[in-house]
Design a protein around this ligand. Structure first.
Ligand code: NDP
Length: 479
């Protein structure tokens, strides 16, 4: 499948006519080409976005909301086609794309279609000073949205929906590795009646097309989700330009299990929080800490449960683990397995590539459990972002809190306990942006989403997202 850029409501080839191969991770074969866009393409997208802004930013909230709702409806209507495209491009199980990725992309648009109609600004009467202050929340202008490959349409739309709902015009770049559903979104936006130039989708490499968006002096804000190193690089570019910046970066999330938890629920959820989407979710709990008294039992039960997961053809409904996203990523993940003993770990389960019938060159890897005994080892400190988790025991609350916090990341944590006081203490003292207690990845789109430390700055979600994409302006009137 060959795709094009979506600029000013039209599909167009890259100006320099340069293309990149797109691989199907399930088979390891090239199955299409995508534009290798350059700064000239970004300039073209900028011109379209800039000229669309005056009209879009003064379009009524009701109208904007209707168009966003229509996009949501069309995503739902085209769910089977979008889910298949996502699976082919990313390698994830089709049942996951159908149940999570595509419905959530629709929900992102529907959520912000509703939220924008409820987004209000403040007024303050300055009593005794005979003055009235009110604050306008104005859109920024042209903004940039850059997203990764792990949840392609889900994360792409999570940025675009609040940006356009609040009246901005967007230049967006999906990951070069998973561009197809972003391309299909262009068709949907046209069908939904989104005016030309409000959303412009430029495909290509991060280091050329992505960087051109980041560097463009007219782009007022960058909303970025991806790796911590890339985030730091982007921050260095935009800081002297005083752009607004939201960074959702990597994680190394602790999953803390106390003996008093609801064991069976914890066990099945922990299998999911470890290996959903081949472990390629920034929120996966990759460091599992288990209270000593249940450690041996957990170890045995966890290995048994994980051994039942089926690695295979992602289009098969019984598959629970599909292909990793790319060959370089598979090799990066495998390097932790190859060096496991040097890094202080012992493989309890998995560790091998899997050959899938008729997909022999696909990037398949067993879910892998590694036992470690030192939280400072590489396996517990570096983000692997694949189907690998570590497990280790702990004795006290203080000890596990110390290990949970002793890492450079601070995205999310999961806690399993029925002790309310302990829940309150740990939740207050853990250094992450989000904590799930007795559950995992249960999302309410009104809540602030994001991390601390090397996991990023800023929050997405709910009104936080709308605040990011608007500038507050206070007006003081003396009467
Ligand atoms: P990358 O940082 O490699 O890439 C993310 C996006 O940025 C891609 O579209 C990429 O383009 C682009 N990009 C790369 N370099 C630049 C640059 N110099 N300027 C502008 N854009 C650039 O991340 P991955 O795609 O590998 O995604 C995995 C990472 O994302 C993991 O670390 C994961 O934890 C994190 N993540 C964080 C989430 C969160 O909410 N905190 C959620 C999901 C993932 P391209 O790849 O096409 O070249």
């Amino acid at each position: 499948m060959n795709i094009k850029n979506y600029i000013n409501g039209e599909f167009s080839p890259p100006l320099l006519d340069d293309w990149i191969d797109n691989y199907n991770p399930t088979s390891g074969k090239v199955y299409g080409q995508i534009p290798n866009s350059t700064k000239e393409d970004v300039e073209k997208a900028y011109t379209a976005a800039k000229s669309a802004f005056p009209s879009w930013s003064s379009t009524s909230l009701e109208k904007r909301s209707q168009i966003l709702s229509k996009i949501a409806q069309l995503i739902n209507k085209k769910l089977p086609e979008l889910a298949r495209a996502e699976t082919k491009d990313n390698g994830k199980p089709l049942q996951l794309a159908k149940a999570i990725d595509i419905p959530r992309a629709a929900a992102n648009f529907q959520f912000f279609a509703n939220a924008i109609t409820q987004f209000t600004s403040d007024a303050h009467e300055s009593i005794g000073l005979d003055a009235m202050n009110y604050t306008l929340r104005q859109p920024l202008g042209v903004v940039g949205c850059i997203s990764p490959w792990n949840l392609p349409l889900y994360l792409f739309t999570w940025k675009i929906a609040p940006a356009i709902a609040s009246g901005n015009c967007v230049i967006a770049k999906p990951s070069e590795i998973t561009p197809i559903t972003a391309y299909l979104l262009g068709e949907i936006c046209t069908e939904a009646g989104l005016p030309k130039g409000v959303l412009n989708i430029v495909h290509g490499l991060g280091t050329t097309a992505g960087q051109a968006i980041v560097e463009h002096p007219g782009v007022k804000a960058i909303s970025f989700t991806g790796g911590t190193e890339t985030g730091a690089h982007i921050a260095r570019i935009v800081a002297p330009m005083f752009k607004k910046l939201s960074l959702e970066l990597g994680g190394k999330n602790p999953n803390i299990i106390f003996a008093d938890c609801d064991y069976e629920e914890m066990l099945s959820t922990t299998v999911q929080s470890s290996f959903s989407n081949q472990g390629q979710i920034c929120l996966c709990g990759s460091r599992i800490f288990v209270e000593e008294s249940i450690y041996d039992k957990f170890k045995k039960d966890f290995v048994t449960a994980v051994s039942k997961l089926k690695v295979g053809n992602p289009f098969d409904d019984t598959t629970t683990i599909g292909a990793l996203v790319s060959k370089p990523h598979l090799e990066k993940v495998m390097s932790y397995i190859e060096n496991v003993s040097e890094y202080g770990g012992k493989i309890l389960f998995g560790g091998n590539r899997v050959s899938v019938n008729n997909f022999e060159d696909g990037y398949y890897l067993q879910p892998t459990i590694i036992e470690v005994n030192d939280n400072q080892c590489k396996l517990n400190q570096e983000e692997i972002f694949g189907p690998i988790v570590t497990i280790m025991p702990f004795n006290t609350e203080e000890e596990v809190l110390d290990m949970a916090n002793n890492v450079s990341y601070g995205l999310s944590a999961t806690l399993w306990t029925n002790d309310l006081k302990r829940t309150m203490r740990i939740s207050k003292n853990i250094h992450t942006g989000m904590i799930w207690v007795n559950t995992w990845l249960l999302r309410d789109l009104r809540t602030p989403f994001g991390g601390t430390k090397n996991s990023g700055v800023g929050r997405e979600g709910g009104f936080e997202g709308l605040r990011f994409f608007t500038e507050p302006k206070n007006i003081c009137i003396k009467y």
